[in-house]
Design a protein around this ligand. Structure first.
Ligand code: PRP
Length: 208
């Protein structure tokens, strides 16, 4: 049995759709159920930010999580595959009428991605004060709590609707298949087998 941690929502649905294609049977969480067992797999329906925890602790053998989360949390896991789902960018956002003043001694940045933000500004040798938030990051510059935000931009709608613009792109992100290190050795054949099958579907979809 392989346990798979999936991030609630679209990425979980799209990953289960890949499994449905591979095994030619239905993989779908029933109404509000958090566990799905089918075809030798146990799927856990967890919060996006919690996927790495389940995988690092070995509660899940493999999982699907954004590259931004892998980098933010400096995870001690094995990265198997870019699943090319959930494509987005990590960006610096500012108010439409603002320009980012890189010469400011201390730029105030609100974000849920503290490490990515700190590392990026450090790489530019710019002082930064990071304000940690857990969501609705776009609100912070609007009420004057910060000069800029570091956040995920997917469609760009949230920033647009709130009068913000991208000042700088920091990195591209997408959902990656990851594995727990111990599981990768103890269940290597099973994990490599499902990895190869997922890879085939991902490649086929990329080419179609
Ligand atoms: C993410 C991100 C942005 C939004 C970007 O938030 O933090 O707010 O999506 O998407 P868009 O460019 O398509 O508008 P999420 O929906 O994950 O909610 P959260 O703020 O609760 O983390």
């Amino acid at each position: 049995m392989i346990t798979v941690a999936l991030p609630k929502g679209r990425i979980a649905d799209e990953t289960l759709d890949i499994f449905s294609e591979i095994f030619n049977k239905k993989f779908e969480f029933e109404n509000r159920k958090l566990i799905l067992e089918v075809g030798g797999f146990k799927f856990l329906n967890v919060r996006n930010q919690d996927v790495p925890t389940y995988v690092e602790y070995g509660a899940a053998d493999i999982g699907v999580v954004g590259l931004d989360v892998i980098i933010e949390k400096e995870l001690d896991i094995i990265q198997l595959l870019d699943m090319q789902l959930g494509l987005c960018k990590v960006c610096i956002g500012i108010k439409n009428e603002d320009e980012l003043d890189w010469s400011k001694p201390n730029i105030k940045v609100a974000t849920k991605m503290e490490n990515i933000a700190k590392n990026y500004f450090a790489s530019k040798a710019v002082g930064v004060e990071v304000i940690k938030l857990y969501g609705s990051i776009e609100l912070a510059p609007l009420i004057g709590m910060c000069d800029a935000i570091v956040d995920i931009v997917e469609t760009g709608n949230t920033m647009r609707e709130n009068g913000l613009k991208v000042a700088q792109e920091i990195m591209d992100s997408s959902a990656h298949l990851i594995a727990n290190k111990n599981s990768y050795y103890s269940k290597k054949d099973e994990i490599l087998s499902i990895y190869e099958q997922i890879k085939k579907v991902v490649q086929r979809r990329a080419n179609s």
